[in-house]
Design a protein around this ligand. Structure first.
Ligand SMILES: Cc1ncc(COP(=O)(O)O)c(C=O)c1O
Length: 380
């Protein structure tokens, strides 16, 4: 076991973890002391196919033995193939690849401003975000993440970013000066809060009316997490820009921004870039992830096991909300609850002081739900 002194060589932004993990298999993780944990965190909604998936391992090994990195100076067939598949899945036209959710959102915000500028709309610079939204930690993404604690010590943030006090205020916050409104259809870090289809459709209508772009952040909800490939498919909206990361690489860092052709055209040569974005390893792995998530029956499995999990949770807990295999519920002290569950062999995450979040690998079966519920009952 790594000692606390060794861990203290890491910057203290995360705090000191109580558990050291050295191995994973399917829906299970194993501590350096050999203890087995049922993993309902999936590396924060990343390892959707579970740990050490043989097909992913094989693709990584093959690609590592063939070609790891070439930069965007050269084309690569896996990049081209992934771009075609993601545009087909989203109904959007073009993609920019990067390495994380924050980077994807940062690129999307830049693209929205660039698009307005390319149309000669010099005043259209505002970015509207939603209360309880989370979009990442770079200065741009942070500026549309309205959690005061995350802003502490980093001000001044990006000018032109507004978040209304209430969800009801979002529609009125969007104007002819808005470059884009960015939102999650289910707010993950904000407590696993699904937004209503009515609100989302009203926001889309207001964006259309004012000429603002609608950016849907699918970093947490995408790649099957909510029982459809993209979360927005369930609520009857069609974004102008979609951002992705997390589950797309099953643990290999990758991010993507998808956009309508007219919008994407604003990113002319030299206007944005990433050394590692679109590298052959990440592209090959993401293509393999898509082979599984888009296979017949996969998303139906997510919906079926998800409905079972919801039903079980609702019998024991308050305010059970979510969709697919992304669920939250309310407890008096989420941190204490998560620590108690871990002691009993179940890994969970918090999503606010009173919210516990369950984001297991999408390959779990009902038996895993039963095992998790047995442990949860001991933590009540
Ligand atoms: C909705 C959403 N957007 C963006 C991010 C940031 O992604 P990353 O941590 O990969 O930069 C997250 C991370 O939790 C997220 O949940």
């Amino acid at each position: 076991m790594t000692t606390v002194t060794e861990i203290s060589r890491l910057m203290p932004n995360y705090g000191v973890p109580a558990i050291e993990i050295t191995r994973g298999q399917g829906a299970y993780l194993y501590g350096s002391d050999g203890k087995e944990y049922l993993d309902f965190t999936a590396g924060i909604a990343v390892c959707n196919l579970g740990h050490a998936h043989p097909a992913i391992t094989e693709v990584i090994s093959k690609q590592a033995a063939t070609l790891l990195h070439i930069s965007n100076l050269f084309a690569h067939p896996e990049r081209t193939r992934l771009a075609i598949r993601l545009t087909q899945l989203s109904g959007l036209d073009q993609v920019f690849f990067c390495n994380s959710g924050t980077e994807a959102n940062e690129a999307a915000l830049k693209l929205a401003r660039k698009y307005a500028a390319s149309r000669g709309e010099a005043d259209r610079v505002e970015l509207v975000s939603l209360p309880h939204g989370f979009h990442g930690r770079t200065l741009g993404a942070l500026s549309v993440t309205p959690k005061p604690a995350y802003h502490e010590g980093y001000r001044p943030l990006l000018p032109g970013c507004t978040t209304p006090e209430t969800l009801e205020g979002v529609v009125d916050s969007i104007s002819e000066k808005t470059a884009a409104c960015i939102l999650e259809v289910i707010q993950g870090e904000g407590g696993v809060r699904p937004l209503s289809a009515e609100l989302l459709q009203a926001i889309q209508a207001r964006c259309k009316e004012t000429g603002a772009l609608l950016i849907v952040d699918e970093v947490q909800t995408g790649v099957g997490r909510t029982g459809t490939f993209f979360g927005y498919e369930a609520v009857g909206i069609q974004p102008d820009i979609v951002t992705m990361a997390k589950g797309l690489g099953n643990g290999i860092p990758v991010g993507a921004v998808l956009a309508r052709a007219e919008v994407a055209a604003a990113f002319g040569p030299g206007s944005h870039g990433s050394t590692f974005g679109g590298n052959p390893l990440a592209m090959a792995v993401a293509n393999e992830v898509l082979n599984h998530v888009t296979a017949p029956g996969f998303l139906a499995h997510v919906r079926e096991v998800g409905a079972y999990l919801e039903h079980q949770l609702a019998e024991h807990f308050d305010a059970v909300t979510g969709r697919g295999l992304m669920w939250g519920f309310t407890v008096p002290d989420a941190a204490q609850f998560v620590a108690a569950a871990a002691k009993n062999g179940l890994l969970l995450t918090t999503a606010g002081p009173n919210r516990v979040r369950m984001i297991p690998p999408l390959i779990i079966e009902k038996a895993h739900v039963d095992a998790a519920l047995e442990i949860l009952k001991q933590c009540e």
